[in-house]
Design a protein around this ligand. Structure first.
Ligand code: MSP
Length: 667
């Protein structure tokens, strides 16, 4: 390593996400976790670099670009700008952002290929698969004659010349490596899965294609381009110097954080590529589980995605961070629900940490003029009660160890038992009564000092997960050094100096009314999904600005859509057959709407303006070819058009002045 560092380095990465669509909270989860680890490691004295980025090549991006009527580079650039904007807005941007279309990345991939080839691990071979001539793509897992899942046309058996990576030569080496590095693959279940896979024998891997245009060229071997994994994985290295990685001294990565579905590529292919090129192998791959929604993996293709912006617009980013890390056991799958999110927000943040901070600071302001009081000397018989150094030291050691093992949920659970303990302590000690007793002054000082010092330690321990709010608490407690720079092993009970002036307490997490918050999130979500669908179909990216998705900076002039784009939307005259409120949702009505050849269930956000009984028999304009989705657990199969024109943007239904038959097409 040629660079000299004052601190040890820690290099971690998120997956490089495909640029064929916009992020949902599954992607956001991985990036948030990486950010939490980054902040934690900084508080442990490391010089941390986190890389995230975009995987831009391959048939999926090419296809989405085609659908949007744009060249792949232009399409991908617009999508990538939106991802970057989101990470910036959420405060989780990587220190490095690698695009696989970056020149430096191309150079790195070509260089790595050359090294593997010189070492004898690349050879020419033939790849045979089912190919869709119409879509110019291989169909994975299809047999001869099977139809293309995209266009339905029969696939053809095609054989093409490819370059192969001799993965089969690495079986022994990899098994020895896993043996010597038992922590290389985490958690244990994934390690066992990978071991079984490698023990079963490894086949050589086709790493180039001649049928795809949108990829990195194999030098001197046109029309070969590199095929997905011998492209994207190398991005982790390109991000920190590529061939000249030695100059920054960050390689090998200390941690690749991935979802469980891509563990094999990271734990088998990636070390094999690096070994073949005589390069250092990453230290650890950690595979987390999936966020499930309605019991299935959240994914674009299933249409059950939850977007981060509506949640953040209503509750803020910190509640989302807290929820994801507290509720999901890291490494396992976990269900996402708005209900659980808002419940956690109210119980743990509004009533928990927020309330503890505000009561403590308000009482110090009221009873001690805003100065940290001086506690009575410790009596030495406190044991593990708040106010003793044992209490704090044990918490610091325990929670730090849990973070170190990425047991975020347990770490937060532990910290929140401290919150509860202090809360109970205040309730039992009743400082407000002590304040009224002439002999209560000394005890009052001790109680409020204890609460403030406990709060300070809680703020430091929860900082990696709640950076902004704990930073505020820290400052309000009169601490001047930025909390992110404080080292956890330097913190100890009793460092809060009596006499320190505190700042004005600020409401950190105002309580929210659950059903109202969920409705607001869901209606923003619906708007945003529609805008995203419009953008994917080639409409202006400006349409994607709805519900707070910023437009890509590259497109200042609003683009127009073509008549073909518009023709994709199927509109029909519908007639409302029945209407009833959706339980627990103030704005939603569940309607049965006759659209001519069928009756559709549609959930519409019109309850504040329309009474259910007033809608029966009414003719409405229905979008009939939208993906079905669930609102407050009720499936909605279509959308009713309304102008956002009433007071506060409330909806006014679109309708007809003349008589129209039910089911008539609207063009
Ligand atoms: N481009 C590849 C990765 C190449 S890395 C060199 C890819 N991209 S992806 O856009 O599909 O992103 C997959 C990653 O996003 C997962 O590994 C995971 O980190 C995250 N998630 C996507 N959906 C998710 C859930 N439903 N739940 C949790 N994480 C999810 O694969």
């Amino acid at each position: 390593m040629s660079s000299v560092r004052a601190k040890p380095k820690f290099y971690l990465t998120t997956p490089l996400y495909y640029s064929n669509g916009l992020p949902h909270i599954g992607h956001t989860y991985s990036t948030i976790v990486a950010d939490v680890i980054r902040r934690f490691k900084r508080m442990r004295g490391f010089d941390v670099v986190m890389t995230t980025g975009a995987d831009e090549h391959g048939i999926n991006v090419e296809r989405s670009a085609k659908k949007a009527g744009k060249p792949p580079q232009e399409f991908s650039t617009e999508i990538v700008a939106q991802w970057r904007q989101l990470w910036d807005d959420l405060g989780i941007a990587g220190d490095e952002f690698i695009r696989t279309t970056d020149e430096n990345h191309h150079r790195t991939v070509q260089w790595l290929f050359k090294r593997c080839r010189e070492n004898g691990f690349i050879e020419k071979g033939h790849y045979t698969g089912q190919y869709c001539v119409h879509d110019n793509a291989y169909v994975v897992d299809a047999g001869p004659g099977d139809p293309c899942p995209d266009c339905g046309r029969p696939t053809e058996t095609v054989t093409e010349e490819n370059y192969f990576f001799k993965l089969s030569s690495f079986q022994r080496k990899l098994l020895d490596f896993y043996d010597a590095n038992p922590d290389f693959i985490r958690p244990e279940t994934r390690r066992n899965e990978v071991l079984r896979f490698v023990q079963g024998g490894l086949k050589d891997l086709s790493i180039t294609r001649t049928t795809i245009r949108w990829g990195i060229p194999v030098p001197g071997e046109a029309p070969h381009v590199f095929y997905v994994w011998f492209d994207a994985l190398i991005g982790y290295l390109s991000a920190v110097g590529g061939p000249e990685f030695d100059e920054r001294g960050l390689w090998p990565a200390d941690l690749h954080l991935v979802g469980k579905e891509i563990i094999r590529f990271h734990a088998v292919y990636w070390p094999a590529f690096l070994m073949a090129a005589d390069l250092p192998v990453p230290k650890q791959i950690w595979a987390h589980g999936w966020l499930l929604f309605d019991s299935a993996k959240m994914s674009k293709s299933r249409g059950n995605v939850v977007r981060p912006r509506p949640i953040v617009n209503v509750l803020g980013i910190e509640p989302l961070r807290y929820f994801l890390l507290r509720e999901i056991v890291f490494g396992q799958d976990g269900s996402f629900s708005y209900d659980a999110l808002v419940s956690r927000y109210n119980s743990d943040l509004a009533n928990g940490l927020g309330n503890l901070a505000s009561r403590t600071l308000t009482m110090i302001e009221r009873y001690f003029g805003g100065e940290i009081p001086k506690p009575a000397p410790a009596r030495g018989d406190e044991g593990y009660a708040p106010g003793s150094s044992d209490f704090a030291n044990e918490a610091l050691a325990e929670v730090t160890g849990l973070y170190e093992r990425l047991s975020f949920s347990l770490a937060l659970e532990h910290i929140w038992t401290l919150v509860a303990k202090l809360d109970k302590y205040l309730t039992m000690e009743k400082p407000w009564t002590l304040a009224e007793r002439p002999d209560g002054r000394e005890r009052l000082a001790t109680v409020l000092y204890t609460a403030a010092e406990g709060l300070r330690i809680i703020a430091a321990l929860s900082h990696p997960v709640l950076p902004q709010s704990t930073g505020k608490i820290w400052k309000e407690l009169g601490q001047t050094e930025p909390l992110g720079r404080v080292q956890l092993d330097q913190i100890a009970w009793g460092q809060l100096r009596p006499g320190t002036r505190i700042g004005k307490p600020e409401a950190l997490f105002p309580r929210v009314e659950k059903s109202e918050a969920i409705e607001r999130i869901e209606s923003m979500e619906q708007e945003q999904n529609q805008a995203a669908e419009a953008a994917a179909a080639g409409a202006t990216p400006a349409a994607a600005t709805a519900a707070g998705t910023p437009a890509t900076p590259a497109t200042a002039t609003p683009a127009k859509i073509t008549i073909e784009d518009f023709a994709k939307v199927e509109l029909r005259v519908g007639q409302v057959k029945s209407a009833e409120p959706v339980a627990g949702a103030n704005k939603l009505l569940q309607l049965q709407v006759d659209i001519g050849d069928e009756v559709r269930q549609i959930v519409a956000g019109i309850a504040t303006v329309y009474k259910p009984e007033a809608l029966i028999g009414r003719k409405v304009v229905v979008v009939t070819n939208l993906q079905p989705r669930k609102l407050r657990g009720v499936e909605s199969n279509g959308m009713i058009l309304a102008a956002s024109a009433g007071p506060d943007g409330s909806p006014i239904l679109a309708g007809f002045l003349e008589e129209v038959p039910v089911g008539a097409k609207i063009k």
